[in-house]
Design a protein around this ligand. Sequence first.
Ligand SMILES: Cc1cc2nc3c(=O)[nH]c(=O)nc-3n(C[C@H](O)[C@H](O)[C@H](O)COP(=O)(O)O)c2cc1C
Length: 190
Amino acid sequence: MNEFLELIRTRRTIGKVTDEPVPREDIEKILEAGNWAPSHYNTQPWKYFVLTGDGRKKLGEAYAKIALLEKSEGLSEEEKAALYEKSMNKAFRAPLVIAVACLPHEDEYVIGSEEFAAVAASIQNMLLAAHALGYGAIWRTGAASYHPVMKEVFGLGEKDGLVGLVYIGRSNMVRESRRVSIEKKTEWWS
Ligand SMILES: Cc1cc2nc3c(=O)[nH]c(=O)nc-3n(C[C@H](O)[C@H](O)[C@H](O)COP(=O)(O)O)c2cc1C
């Protein structure tokens, strides 16, 4: 148990990883961890898109299309091409990208925000599993991940949404992180 608590404590957001491919059996372990997250009414509203190799191209094209739509005003053709390439490369920052979407259940008793909370729990499980397996991982979002183009690329419906793009790979990167003390975050009522 102490080991598990240590794992939670030592997980860090790692944005720089090598190109070394992640074996399928490790990917499946990470997905399995995600799939065991809790969800109200056990709706399990998550959907995973596993992007490796050229499978990352569609994500790159989405980043590039969004960048051109949002940032290309006033740019020369050469600058637009550079912006396209830079944005496309974002999808290739790790050998494995797992896009995690929330597909909220339609039943009227299901609360939409809880569905997204459940998917966040699923992502945290995946980050911990990746860390346990010795990988570096980062949960990325940013304006592009909520853009209609991104939704279209992943075939998401109106009420669905991308909750995170989880980039995973081997890394030697060491990062420190800080937390506000639990005393400042906690009221004890007894
Ligand atoms: C919803 C969400 C979105 C995030 N998006 C990004 C992101 O786009 N880029 C990034 O560098 N980190 C992103 N992060 C990671 C946070 O920056 C990171 O968790 C925080 O700085 C604390 O660092 P630690 O995870 O190493 O403790 C995101 C985290 C969450 C929960």
